[in-house]
Design a protein around this ligand. Structure first.
Ligand code: SAM
Length: 276
């Protein structure tokens, strides 16, 4: 049995800190209510531990952070596609009856094995972390989570993958497979209307040219989470920057719950003002 760790930048350490802060408050509130089971669902769970690029120290990953929270969640559901990460998770966590490790593609595992247990009348609530490297998530997952009205979601909105592979100046130059990944993430191809317009060149040719930046794309996605996925609240997403202040991704939080929304807005604002 072996442990598989990634090196992570300080922006990932901050993300882990933010999620841990909210998960702690969430578990405390839900445990006190006694009416509900509350689950922690980590759909892109990773191997359980990382190495900090800054300190070279081991850093617990998001599933391990969740497991350390007191009071504990009722159940933990951890999903990863990579068999080595799954083996690592099993090594790091050991056998626990409250932990369910799901090898596989979370787009299928969530819809087939996890969300069916989280309907409104099940008296279960869940905090779901969707932390992909890139455009690996399908919109169906977010739409289903929103319509359940039982789940609160943190989402790593993968701007790097979008910028590198999809949102190029001329859409005609983008590979069809990357356009398909963006459409699967977005749920339809309305992202084209947000970011692109048809223009006629000096030579009379028609081209699809980028006319809007990432901020417009992020704003449109926030509106989709509210209006199409049906989340009651979507906090203003938090831009996570590297040392040169480039935005690496946006952290989204979507929730059916007034208290959760209020707490996360406060947490996000406290980090927003720290010059992230
Ligand atoms: C950014 S890492 C997750 C880090 C983790 N959330 C943490 O903070 O400790 C992304 C993980 O998603 C996994 N992954 C990629 N595509 C996936 C998919 N479709 N379903 C489940 N896991 C996937 C990768 O193997 C990788 O371990």
């Amino acid at each position: 049995m072996s442990v598989k760790s990634d090196d992570i930048g300080y922006w990932s350490e901050l993300k882990l800190e933010i999620i841990r802060k909210y998960a702690t408050a969430y578990s405390k509130i839900l445990a006190a209510q006694k009416r509900f089971e509350h689950w922690y669902v980590d759909a892109f769970a990773g191997g359980g531990v990382h190495v900090s690029r800054a300190s070279r120290q081991m850093v617990p990953g998001s599933p391990l952070n969740a497991l350390l929270i007191v009071p504990p969640f009722t159940e933990y559901h951890l999903v990863d596609l990579d068999p080595e990460k799954i083996e690592s998770l099993r090594t790091v966590i050991g056998k626990r009856s409250d932990v369910h490790i799901h090898p596989g593609n979370c787009n299928e595992v969530l819809l087939r094995e996890i969300f069916p247990h989280l309907t409104y009348d099940d008296f279960r609530r869940a905090l779901v972390l969707l932390d992909p490297y890139g455009l690996d998530l399908r919109w169906e997952v977010l739409r289903t989570a929103g319509h359940l009205r039982t789940t609160e979601v943190f989402l790593n909105f993968p701007t790097m993958d979008m910028n590198r592979n999809v949102l190029w100046t001329r859409l005609e130059n983008v590979k069809p497979a990357d356009i398909a990944r963006m459409t699967a993430f977005w749920g339809d191809d309305s992202w084209r209307d947000v970011a692109y317009a048809r223009q006629t060149t000096l030579f009379g040719d028609e081209e699809t040219i980028k006319v809007a930046g990432m901020e417009s794309v992020v704003k449109a996605f926030r509106e989709r989470l509210e209006n199409v996925a049906g989340f009651k609240h979507v906090a203003e997403p938090l831009p996570m920057r590297n040392s040169t202040r480039s935005v690496l991704y946006y952290l989204f939080f979507a929730s059916p719950n007034d208290t959760g929304d209020h707490i996360v807005r406060e947490i996000f604002d406290s980090y927003r003002n720290r010059g992230l």
